[in-house]
Design a protein around this ligand. Structure first.
Ligand SMILES: Cc1cc2nc3c(=O)[nH]c(=O)nc-3n(C[C@H](O)[C@H](O)[C@H](O)COP(=O)(O)OP(=O)(O)OC[C@H]3O[C@@H](n4cnc5c(N)ncnc54)[C@H](O)[C@@H]3O)c2cc1C
Length: 503
């Protein structure tokens, strides 16, 4: 008999887990508490715009994303960032192009770093001190902010690293974990002592690889799909349905209980009052929902998941007629080092092909809590992700419109709120992941997967969902001693990291 798998959560992690299950011949059920598949991946097509309410891209250098796209036959729909992109960082109200050859936080070329106006001479000289400083890291995890400030000074943190990395997590670099978010920095210090020397060596390698790459290979690591990332969700749902999976919206798991000790099968009760028995369960519904479901049987896992903090963000989408701009908009956007009401702006219609018809201009503005706090909200004018839609628009539209040169308000707008759902990998995150995994060793046919644990990027979520299903199926095929991890040889099980793209 095929193993019966339940996947809880219908975001990209859960759907990828389900896909891995049907590919392995399992009988798969997916339950999703909301009325829509995809979780944070949510594309709306309206008024000639392709609006991404959540993510708008994934990185190609993490292979799980492109691999799934190829399996689903979507490779012909992959789009890449339009060439000739200009992206800036706004510091103290002035726009500065991101220096050529910037990695995630470190300059991989000397010339553009020396000449950029992003940093003053003092800040550049302080950064150069890194070339002679001894190694600083001990064994313990530290915040990225503390580490970079000690090696390169505050200028690099505030003007480059914080806008570039902090925005991804909606968090300050002073709380984010070096080992979970940018472990390459630890490797760099170990191998080269100086982060700048390591970055320059990587830059030489990257340039050699580009020279060797076939002509026409895209320079940008970012990819999307012609109709938005929602295409990936639509295709997954279609292929899962075709394969006979049971997909249930507006249904959530209320409890999971092993029928006998830690051994399968598992009885699951659902929100509609029904219950069913499954051989394996993959929890891909976020840290809070997974912690609730595991509290009775694995309090250690529930506690570790409960310690993972989350931030909120709002995405404000603005659609303009092209003649709202006296001169065509050519920038692809900017990151704002503040103070400002937003952490970044993407001009989607310039950045990607096919995001707006008739040359109209589509703009996405990111409003995280930490930026909102800097704008000194008052009771009468609440700011940021806590403000009403009208309040947000009243702040954001003049900010983005003025900097883009709009002479008229947008004809189209959307406000999307993501409240307390952006996992923050704060210092000690890897220890929390280890404790969450260790707490589940007695239940090898249960797995927890998703953005809260081993990477927030879409390819990471896909890889993690698939890993979780493989681990559960392995445990079902060869039941292990419950004191052993389900799949201790799986190399992906411990990896949580943001890799550094070269810009
Ligand atoms: C604004 C924004 C921009 C982003 N930009 C990018 C980007 O450009 N590139 C990138 O790679 N990543 C980006 N990300 C991150 C990425 O989108 C997420 O990390 C990823 O989509 C998370 O997927 P997930 O399936 O783990 O979680 P989710 O998408 O949160 O899915 C979890 C699902 O579980 C459901 N659920 C919750 N509780 C239950 C329950 N009890 N029973 C059943 N179902 C339940 C939820 O309704 C949800 O649908 C962005 C995120 C946001 C918010």
């Amino acid at each position: 008999m095929s193993p019966r798998l339940l996947v809880v959560g219908g975001g990209i992690t859960g759907l990828a887990a389900a896909w891995e299950g049907v590919c392995a011949g399992a009988e798969v059920t997916v339950v999703e508490s909301s009325a829509r598949w995809g979780g944070k991946v949510h594309t709306e097509r309206a008024d000639g715009f392709v609006v991404e309410h959540g993510p708008d891209a994934f990185v190609a250098y993490r292979p799980a994303g492109m691999a799934l796209i190829r399996e689903l036959g979507l490779d012909g729909d992959v789009v890449t960032v339009n060439p000739g992109r200009t992206v800036s960082i706004r510091v103290g109200g002035r726009m500065h192009p991101i220096p050529q050859g910037m990695g995630m936080v470190l300059p991989q070329r000397i010339g553009p770093f020396v000449t950029t106006g992003l940093l003053g001479w003092r800040q550049k000289l302080r950064a150069a001190l890194d070339l002679v400083l001894p190694r600083r890291l001990g064994e313990a995890d530290v915040s990225i902010g503390d580490f970079l400030r000690a090696r390169l000074g505050g200028g690099v943190v505030e003007c480059l690293a914080d806008p570039m990395v902090g925005g991804i997590y909606g968090a300050s670099l002073d709380e984010l974990s070096l080992d979970a978010v940018l472990p390459s920095l630890r490797d760099n210090e170990r191998s080269h002592r100086s982060l700048l020397l390591a970055a320059w060596a990587q830059g030489r390698g990257a340039r050699a690889a580009r020279t060797a790459a076939p002509a026409g290979a895209p320079a940008s690591p970012f990819r999307s799909l012609s109709g938005g990332l929602g295409m990936l969700i639509e295709r997954l749902v279609q292929r899962l349905t075709d394969a006979g999976a049971t997909l249930r919206l507006q249904t959530y798991a209320v409890s999971i209980d092993p029928l006998a000790g830690g051994a399968p099968p598992t009885r699951v009760r659902f929100s509609d009052g029904s219950d069913a028995v499954f051989d394996g369960v993959i929890l891909a519904a976020g840290a809070a929902a997974s912690a609730d479901l595991l509290a009775d049987h694995s309090p250690a896992t529930a506690a570790a998941l409960g310690e993972i903090r989350h931030s909120s963000t709002a995405v404000v989408t603005l659609g303009y007629p092209a003649d709202a701009f006296p001169t065509p908009v050519t920038t692809q956007g900017w990151l704002d080092a503040g103070p400002a009401p937003a952490s970044g702006v993407t001009v989607s219609s310039v950045k990607w092909p096919g995001r707006a018809t008739d040359g109209r201009v589509l703009v996405r503005v990111f409003v995280p809590d930490k930026v909102a706090l800097r704008t000194a909200p008052s009771a009468s004018t609440p700011a940021g992700a806590a403000a009403t839609d009208a309040d947000l628009l009243a702040q954001i539209e003049p900010y983005a419109g003025r900097l883009l040169g709009a002479t008229r308000p947008p004809a189209f707008w959307r406000v999307t709120r993501w409240s307390e759902v952006m996992p923050k990998y704060t210092v000690g995150h890897l220890d929390r992941v280890r404790r969450a995994e260790a707490g589940l060793t007695a239940y090898p046919t249960w797995a927890v997967a998703g953005a809260a644990l081993r990477g927030v990027g879409i390819p990471d979520c896909i890889a993690d969902g698939r890993r979780a299903t493989r681990a559960v199926l392995t445990a079902l095929a060869a039941p292990t001693d419950p004191t052993e991890p389900a799949d201790p040889t799986d190399p992906t099980a411990q990896s949580v990291h943001t890799q550094e793209p070269s810009r």
